[in-house]
Design a protein around this ligand. Sequence first.
Ligand code: HEC
Ligand code: HEC
Ligand code: HEC
Ligand code: HEC
Ligand code: HEC
Length: 476
Amino acid sequence: MNLTESMYVRDAGKRSILRSASWEVRHRIMKRWRAFLLGLFFALAPFIAQGAEMGKFQYEDFKKPKQCKTCHKAIYQEWEQSLMSQSFTHHWDDVEYFKLALPHALKLDKVAEVKGGCIACHSPLAFLTGDIPPRPPEAGTRANESISCEICHSITGSTEKEPFNFSYTIKPGKVKFGPRKDGRSSFHGIEYSEFIKSPELCATCHNEQSPYGAWVKETYREWKSGPYAKEGAKCQDCHMYRAPGKVSRSGKLRSDVAHHAFHGAHFPNKIAGAVDIALYADVNQVSPGSDVNVRAELFNGKVGHYIPSGSSEERMLWLEMTAIDTKGKTYYLTLNKKGFKGEEYTVADGKAIAYQAMGEIMGVKEFGGVKRDGNIPDGVRVFRRPFFDPKGRMTICQWYTAENTIVDYRIGPRETKIENYSWHIPQDISAGPVKITAMLYYSLVPSSVGEFLQLMPSEYAPVEVNTAALNIEVVK
Ligand code: HEC
Ligand code: HEC
Ligand code: HEC
Ligand code: HEC
Ligand code: HEC
């Protein structure tokens, strides 16, 4: 096995350093070193089945992105602005790994494997060189290169047919694996690769199973079982759009250069308009004391998978329905519940408390949890998929997820969700037109979690996805 080989090499290196030490000291250090390696091996064993490449390489085997920039300037700029270049350094990733996952891995055997597991997707370079845990971003090591050019363009395939948990195989070196058959470069070799053009490349990191066997990230699986896979629209088609230009400074003009934008949930422009909203009322005229029924239809016509997807343990999409009369008085419309299993998790409740695991891991005394839904208004519909830890508490720690199939109320690709509201027209309402408004918001992390972990406010600020409005007339 490859890992044993690399352990051997490193062991041999250590031996020569130790030559000058006394036998006794040497013996003790050797014993500790072996125990450490053995511990590391067992800690990583379940993940090794998928991540066969750990510790096989040196940092020097991979070129720095800045070197690629000299010829691939535009691609470099796109990559630099995307989350791919920040997957290790980005503040929230940094906090989650160093404040929660790593301490947890050192404390609880069952999740010990995430010590290297997180890094295999977020800083593959560190994983491949066995630099685990890497030093934090402030240290400025090469772990900070995150998902660099050399990672994707050295990946040769996966050990799995439907990849998950960083099951990529990789061959860094002179040859870059690319999508074209006619590319030529004097700087590096080029080999055509079907795999790099396939969604399975993305699946190596965009499908994830927790140590408890729960699918905690399944963007690829969602895509695969949806309409886009059947029509042949791939991840690359929506996240690496094409435009005319040059692939490289010295290359020829091409009509369809693959852009490395990777815009996703961190780009409000990608979220904006991702879901359509239509509003209907059963009557156009109302009087105080009567009732109006309003229907909101939400259509996911643009996202190739569920929305939210990816880190769904922490994502929320929610619909606020309000009515404003001519004097500017605002009323909230009441959601008609549907009665499905787990619906309580999909209706905002200011009294619901969750995420107790954070305090437990961080050793916060008498930590009871924080507000499950952050500061969103009570009673609104939340499109989300709750994750539960082994103690049955809702969690944002995906690696600590034992169960997440109780309810999944996100909006699937090309799915329409219908929500009904009833409104009893109050006596004090002003006569004249009343504007009923639907506002759909998205957030990356519940604000309560963001505040507790001291994330940057931009990380948990609500983003407007879409809005729709409808007027009805109040007659007295
Ligand atoms: C997350 C994986 C990933 C990363 C990171 C990445 N690439 Fe790519 N790259 C791809 C994929 C996938 C394609 C092919 C898309 C297609 O044609 O379907 C591609 C295509 C290319 C092409 C060929 C473009 C064309 O249209 O012929 C070049 C050149 C390239 N990448 C260079 C880079 C450089 C330089 C970097 C770093 C600044 C980089 N890539 C980072 C995945 C990646
Ligand atoms: C000295 C210039 C130069 C440098 C530096 C350079 N490349 Fe290239 N690269 C090229 C040229 C030229 C092409 C071909 C362009 C074309 O066919 O239009 C190319 C093409 C590619 C392709 C596309 C292969 C295909 O299928 O056509 C990939 C992927 C790629 N380079 C990756 C990299 C990576 C990763 C780095 C950094 C380690 C890098 N390149 C550095 C000049 C360079
Ligand atoms: C039909 C176009 C389309 C296809 C195909 C598609 N996506 Fe997306 N994706 C989107 C849009 C639009 C968004 C922004 C809305 C959102 O965040 O859900 C998005 C968002 C994302 C996000 C952020 C999700 C979140 O809520 O945090 C990830 C990650 C992602 N896509 C990865 C993928 C991968 C991997 C594939 C292939 C398995 C893929 N996408 C296929 C359109 C697409
Ligand atoms: C080596 C692992 C790896 C591979 C391969 C990979 N990704 Fe990702 N991707 C990540 C990680 C890690 C993040 C999260 C970055 C963060 O939030 O810090 C991410 C984030 C994203 C996002 C969300 C960005 C945002 O704005 O929220 C999109 C979209 C995405 N990837 C698309 C793709 C597509 C398309 C492919 C295949 C061509 C791909 N990824 C291949 C690891 C990978
Ligand atoms: C199989 C690959 C994989 C593993 C293992 C993995 N991640 Fe991720 N991670 C991703 C991808 C892909 C995304 C992007 C999903 C999205 O955009 O919604 C992501 C997103 C995140 C985010 C959210 C970033 C944001 O801005 O919302 C955090 C934080 C994070 N990961 C931390 C971790 C930690 C800590 C671990 C280890 C316990 C871990 N990840 C393990 C692939 C992985």
